[in-house]
Design a protein around this ligand. Structure first.
Ligand SMILES: [Cu+2]
Length: 211
């Protein structure tokens, strides 16, 4: 398996597998017990049912074990959530304008692009704005997604660890050409990023799709 493009990927995937694994074990265990009891205790002809009394130990076990399981899911979910939402002070801010049907990335030196360029190893904070309707910036490979909404500033945070090019998708239906609202995030080594960042060549923004 190739190394994860960001730390978030390992965190999110671990929690996902943890919860699914527990769910599968419980599903199989409960289903098997249910089927077993259906056959073992089915009503037989001429047989009178007897009263069943409580079992304190069993009741404690089935309260304590599920409680611990659910608390552990909460623990991993919450710490994972904080990891994704707590942005370090020194994060590099890139402003994102969403519009029908295009992403526009604005860097602090005035540069604009429709592909997102970021340097490896730098914590990145994307500030999300929308000019028209609700959009949602989704980077599946990084396991992050957030709405871009008119009149509100939302954010996303990630720290790229691997050079490469990853898909950016609009994940909120935003009109006729929503399905074409694709872009890329390109993770570059520091020196290449700086060269791109300082180059004067104007980044040609493709006209919004369909405009
Ligand atoms: Cu959109």
């Amino acid at each position: 398996m190739s190394p994860a493009p960001t730390q978030h990927v390992e965190t999110v995937d671990f929690i996902m597998i943890y919860i699914v694994a527990i769910s599968v074990v419980l599903l199989l265990g409960i289903t098997a017990a249910m089927i077993y009891f259906v056959f073992k205790y089915h009503r037989k002809k001429g047989h009178q049912p007897v009263d069943i009394h409580g079992n304190l130990l069993l009741e404690i076990v089935w309260i304590v074990i599920p409680t611990l399981l659910v608390l552990s899911m909460f623990y991993y979910g919450y710490t994972g959530f904080r990891e994704i939402r707590d942005v370090p002070e020194d994060a590099y801010i890139i402003k994102v304008q969403a519009r029908m049907w295009q992403w526009e990335f604005n860097y602090d030196n005035g540069k604009k692009s429709d592909t997102l360029y970021v340097p490896i190893g730098t914590p990145i904070k994307l500030e999300l704005f929308s000019q028209d309707v609700n959009h949602s910036l989704y980077i599946p490979s990084f396991r992050i997604k957030e709405d871009a909404i008119v009149g509100r500033t939302n954010y996303l945070f990630f720290k790229p660890e691997q050079a490469g090019s990853y898909d950016i998708v609009c994940a909120e239906y935003c009109g006729l050409k929503h399905s074409m609202m694709y872009s890329k995030v390109v993770v570059l080594p520091e020196t290449q990023y700086t060269a791109w960042y300082n180059s004067n060549a104007p980044e040609t923004l493709k006209a919004g799709i369909g405009n």
